[in-house]
Design a protein around this ligand. Structure first.
Ligand code: SAH
Length: 221
């Protein structure tokens, strides 16, 4: 990798570290786990955005990925990944595959990633991209993620990368006792709230709000 590229990625990581410190009073996390930061360093975001945006791939902002959808800003990807508290044994569900970038970050950290995308073009292109990159533990399916991925449940962690109108009961049901879900909740194209849903060992659910965010809508059809 060229020195310019290395510097761009280093700057991206520094910006994530700084923003993590700045938002610590909301998120409770002044720094993200080193394994998460390592995954952010190892997965090249430039490989997941259209060629015309490649020069902006390491900026801390969202970018268009086609079909009216966006790849989230790197800080949000790192925060949501960190909040899941996953490890090498985790089985994770993602709703909203998009470009496959968030799935790739998770793919570096966990045993299996099951990712659901409702737009068939995006499901097909991200599945192909991830396969070409050699990820064998990421599985993409074209479906409405409001109902999760029943056959592969229960999950240690669930990450929803589009804003839901409410927390879907099917997703709560597919979370293992002790499991964690991060999900933005709110009206389309307004400020939404990133929520952390945890299930305790007895199966009861706790919901906390983490941070104001803006995501494309989770479409229920
Ligand atoms: N995680 C992605 C970004 C996702 S953008 C990445 O890393 O690139 C949100 C995605 O959620 C979009 O691709 C959108 O098509 C998808 N989406 C919206 N509603 C959905 C639903 N009900 N089920 C599955 N995917 C959905």
């Amino acid at each position: 990798m060229s020195e310019i590229m290395n510097n761009k990625i280093k700057n991206m990581l520094d910006t994530i570290r700084m923003e993590a410190r700045m938002t610590a009073s909301y998120t409770g996390r002044a720094a993200f786990d080193e394994s998460v930061m390592q995954a952010m360093q190892d997965v090249d975001r430039g490989d997941f955005v259209p060629a015309i945006y490649r020069s902006q791939a390491y900026d801390n902002g969202p970018l268009p990925i086609g079909n009216g959808q966006t790849i989230s800003q790197p800080y949000i990807v790192a925060l949501m990944t960190d909040l899941l508290d996953v490890n090498a044994d985790s089985i994770v569900l993602e709703v909203g595959t998009g470009s496959g970038y968030q799935a790739a970050i998770l793919g570096k950290l966990v045993r299996q990633v099951y990712s659901v995308e409702r737009i068939s073009e995006l499901a097909a292109s991200s599945e192909k991209r991830l396969k070409q990159m050699g990820y064998e533990n990421i599985h993409v399916r074209c479906a409405n993620g409001y109902s999760g991925w029943q056959d592969k449940a229960p999950f240690d962690a669930i990450i929803v990368t589009a804003a839901a109108s409410h927390i879907p009961q099917d997703l709560i049901d597919q979370l293992k006792p002790g499991g964690r879900m991060v999900i933005p909740v709110g009206l389309p194209y307004t400020n939404q709230t990133l929520m952390l849903v945890t299930r305790n060992e007895q199966g009861s659910t706790n919901i906390e709000s983490v941070l104001g965010v803006v995501f494309v809508p989770l479409v229920d059809d």
